[in-house]
Write a protein that binds this ligand. Structure first.
Ligand code: FES
Length: 152
C-alpha cells in the first residue's frame, strides 16, 4: 500500500513527465524561428535606377531549378539555368498565345504552357503551337548571390 508521501511524489513525477514534451516543443519552435531568421534575409525587390530588379538568389534558383516571382516582379518573369550552356537566363513568362504563364521543364529542356500546350525552346523560340511568336528575353545580371533582371 502507498502512503501519502509516496503518492505525492508519484503524482509530481507524473505531472513533470507529462509537461516535458510541451516545454521541449516550446524550446524547439524558438530555435527554429531563430535559425529561419538567420538564413532568410529580405530581398530588396525595388526597381533600381538602371532598370534592374533583384528577383531571386542563386540558392533559390539551385533549390527550385527556376524562379518566378509573381508577387514582387514588375513584369512576368521566369528565370532558369540553361542545362546545356549553364547560363542563367530570363524570359517574359507570358505565353504569346493567350498569356498564361509558361513553366520550365528541366527534363524536356523546354518551356511549356499549361493552357494549350505550346512549347518553347530554351532560347524562347516556338517548337510547338498554338503559340506563334517567341518568348521575349530579358537582360540579366548577377551581383554576388543576387539575380537581377532588367524590367524597364
Ligand atoms: S495560352 Fe499558352 S498555349 Fe494558349
Amino acid at each position: 500500500m502507498m502512503n501519502r508521501r509516496e503518492f505525492i511524489n508519484w503524482v509530481s513525477v507524473g505531472m513533470l513527465a507529462s509537461s516535458l514534451p510541451v516545454i521541449l516543443a516550446a524550446c524547439n519552435s524558438e530555435d527554429r524561428s531563430a535559425s529561419t531568421q538567420k538564413t532568410k534575409t529580405k530581398l530588396d525587390t525595388s526597381v533600381r535606377e538602371d532598370g534592374f530588379q533583384a528577383l531571386g538568389t542563386l540558392e533559390k534558383l539551385e533549390e527550385k531549378g527556376f524562379i518566378t516571382d509573381k508577387k514582387n516582379a514588375e513584369k512576368s518573369v521566369i528565370i532558369f539555368r540553361n542545362p546545356d550552356t549553364g547560363d542563367i537566363v530570363a524570359f517574359d513568362s507570358m505565353c504569346t498565345h493567350q498569356a498564361c504563364s509558361v513553366e520550365f521543364n528541366a527534363t524536356e529542356k523546354l518551356l511549356i504552357c499549361p493552357c494549350h500546350s505550346s512549347k518553347f525552346a530554351l532560347d524562347g523560340q516556338v517548337v510547338a503551337k498554338p503559340a506563334e511568336k517567341p518568348l521575349t528575353p530579358f537582360e540579366i545580371k548577377q551581383e554576388d548571390n543576387l539575380i537581377l533582371v532588367k524590367v524597364s
